[in-house]
Write a protein that binds this ligand. Structure first.
Ligand code: DX5
Ligand code: ZN
Length: 224
């Protein structure tokens, strides 16, 4: 099932509730929250207090993408603030198996993320633990960057492995998703489509979300 996960990184932070409502009205079914610490990535965004406030203004799942060092230290706080899904970077976790289990112990869906330069094979030992895998199609840190096509083969590989091994993780993609690139990622196997600039960058978030989701659903039909 294709889902659109609008990323609030490109939203107006003074009007988050209103902008989220518009994106959800346009078909967004998960809200993607980018958490950056200025260390793992060269940018700083928000932390648990903002997640706690978002929890009060929307019913849809909050997908917290942790681009932070030492995520274990903060996972309990994000879960307590109302995160439903929590993903951590493979590159930030020395004990990835432990970190993923920690997320699950807090009753959240556990995801792992890989940067553009990280091989998809690095996930082979956690495929049966994770609920979802997030393939970065830009180098994390900023919105509105250009899609990196080398990410496509990773989505294909993840879809193949899942079928072969009878697993059930979902495949998410993040970075440079627009009406122009959405077809390629969906045909490669992506099901959860994160989009920041394409939804909130300009114009009406509701119309933008509708357009993107429509393009994604059309690509699903082409897959069959
Ligand atoms: C980038 C973030 C993304 C970002 C995507 O580090 O992880 O979620 O919001 O933005 P767009 O869709 O503008 O590439
Ligand atoms: Zn993200």
């Amino acid at each position: 099932m294709i889902e659109l996960a609008p990323s609030i990184l490109s939203a107006d932070f003074a009007r988050l509730a209103e902008q989220i409502r518009a994106a959800v009205a346009g078909g967004g079914s998960v809200i993607h929250v980018d958490i950056m610490d200025g260390h793992f990535v060269p940018n700083i965004t928000v932390g648990p207090p903002v997640v706690r406030s978002l929890r009060k203004v929307t019913e849809v799942p909050l997908d917290c993408h942790l681009m932070i060092e030492n995520p274990d230290q903060y996972i309990p706080e994000f879960a307590d603030a109302g995160a439903d899904w929590i993903s951590v970077h493979q590159e930030a976790c020395v004990h990835l198996d432990r970190t993923l289990n920690l997320i699950k112990e807090h009753d959240c869906r556990a995801g792992v993320v890989i940067n553009p330069a990280t091989p998809v094979d690095s996930l082979s030992e956690v495929l049966d633990i994770v609920d979802y895998i997030l393939v970065m199609s830009v180098n994390p840190g900023f919105g509105a960057q250009k899609f990196i096509p080398n990410s496509l083969h990773k989505m294909r590989r993840l879809a193949e492995w899942r079928a072969k091994r009878g697993l059930s993780y979902r495949i998410e993609v993040d970075g440079g998703i627009s009406p122009e690139t959405v077809g390629d990622v969906v045909r490669a196997g992506a099901e959860i489509l994160v989009a920041g600039n394409a939804v909130f960058g300009h114009g009406d978030p509701k119309t933008n979300a509708e357009k993107l989701l429509k393009a994604g659903l059309e690509a699903t039909l082409q897959k069959v």
